[in-house]
Design a protein around this ligand. Structure first.
Ligand code: FE2
Ligand code: FE2
Length: 147
């Protein structure tokens, strides 16, 4: 893989936008109020994430980012197999999110591996953010398992 810093940041922004659309979309595939609420909150978080990455990224490169991703990254932080599932339960919603968050972590780890310091840090920060999402989700899953 070879990618410029500017392009990698744009790809990260589009990854987060893809995650936002994905969560918003599958929130419609459930009538469970808790599952819906959780998925909508995830969608909001990912949107915030996209905006923040774009803002910090522009600061980091001190200029504009490319307009488009250079590859199909919109599915990196999703769980595509679930897109047309019906009546998603809260546990399923959490499992879907765990899969999506892991996907994002792997993608950002690949970018973090590619860039030397100091820019490695930017992508390691994204890995950590997704890891945090994942641990919140895992904790919720565990609490449901003992309920
Ligand atoms: Fe994300
Ligand atoms: Fe995430």
């Amino acid at each position: 893989m070879s990618i410029t810093l500017e392009q990698a940041i744009r790809n990260a922004v589009e990854t987060e936008r893809g995650a936002n659309s994905f969560y918003a979309f599958i929130a419609q595939n459930t009538s469970d109020p808790e599952a819906k609420k959780f998925l909508r909150e995830m969608a909001e978080q990912e949107k915030g994430h996209a905006d923040l990455i774009e803002k910090l990224g522009k600061k980091l490169v001190d200029g504009e980012l490319p307009v488009h991703a250079d590859s199909f990254v919109a599915l990196q932080e999703t769980a595509p197999g679930w897109k047309f599932a019906e009546d998603i339960s809260l546990v399923e919603a959490l499992q879907i999110a765990a899969e999506a968050e892991q996907g994002a972590m792997m993608y950002y780890e690949m970018l973090a591996d590619f860039f030397p310091e100091p820019h490695k840090q930017f992508f390691s920060g994204l890995v950590n953010a997704e890891e945090e999402h994942l641990s919140v989700i895992d904790a919720k899953l565990e609490s449901l398992a003992v309920r």
